[in-house]
Design a protein around this ligand. Sequence first.
Ligand SMILES: [Zn+2]
Length: 129
Amino acid sequence: MKAMVLKNISAVEEKPRELMDLPEPVPGRGQIQVRVSTCGISRTELDEIEGRVSPSRFPMVLGHEIVGRVERLGPGAGKFRKGDRVGISWINWACGRCSFCLKGEENLCDRAKWTGKDAFGGYAQYTVV
Ligand SMILES: [Zn+2]
């Protein structure tokens, strides 16, 4: 699949993202694969590119304001059906067990993972969540 990939921190003016071919992501247990229709850009992406919020690894596919359609279901992913329109936000994963998660405040979870920072985001043809 085609993806715009950030390979390292640099000034935005240096256009550090690069169009690359990456393997199509395969949905794991409880995950869905989404064919990306569109993905917004926010200040967070600029902060990641310039290193104020550093991606957890490189290369990274940025983008966390994703809209698309479910393409494939991983094992046990029964909440959605193929073709459903879905949105994917900044929070990618939370533990579901800590005091914040149990209060519905997953964005404060110490173990949370973030779309486009810890997991590949939406500047690609497909993503999984
Ligand atoms: Zn938690």
